[in-house]
Design a protein around this ligand. Sequence first.
Ligand SMILES: [Mg+2]
Length: 223
Amino acid sequence: MPITTLILDLDETVYPSSTGLWDLIGERIFAFIHQRLELPAEAIHALQYQYFNSYGTTLRGLELNNGIDARDYLDYVHDVPIENILAPDQELHDVLSGYPQRKVIFTNSDKNHTQRVLERIGIADLFDGVVDVQDIRPHCKPQPEAFQVALNLFGGLDAADCLFIDDSLRNIQTAAEMGMSVVHINEKKQPSLLYPTVRYLKELPQVFSKDGEIQISSALADL
Ligand SMILES: [Mg+2]
């Protein structure tokens, strides 16, 4: 069955991890918890680890257990100088625009941040839908319920018609279990063996042809 839709994660998928943008957001998350909950550093790290594993994101844990307002949190943690960190990427635009499939974003961040990132890179015109962490409440990636809500919101897509692209292995695993084709973005190129892997989104043609065929895993090909 040919792929009709590319579903892309945002952070550390449409831009490389090595830009450091996500690290800056991580510092903002830490500062937010420090200010609001008045916890010492070790306790914040432990809390984030627990929330990430139990709820999928720090935000969901803070909402459920600490009465944190999602809008307040999202605006604070994404208040980072994207323009100083990311640059327009014409090569990425050329690669993505070569694919005839519909392209959408599915992210555990929010729409404001998504729009800023896409516009800064110069690829916003290629996407016709965004499902963000507010849309999939109370779930988030990697929970299957979040994926199902996203498929519904994108117009009732069948998992089998979608290619899901994400830097998070646990998100990739859920998508694959639901029947999607997957590509793992992994800048360090640690071979997962299970899934087609590329270092950067612009390398997508190495594992996915324009007519919608998944190629051999590049991780396997390297062995
Ligand atoms: Mg990501």
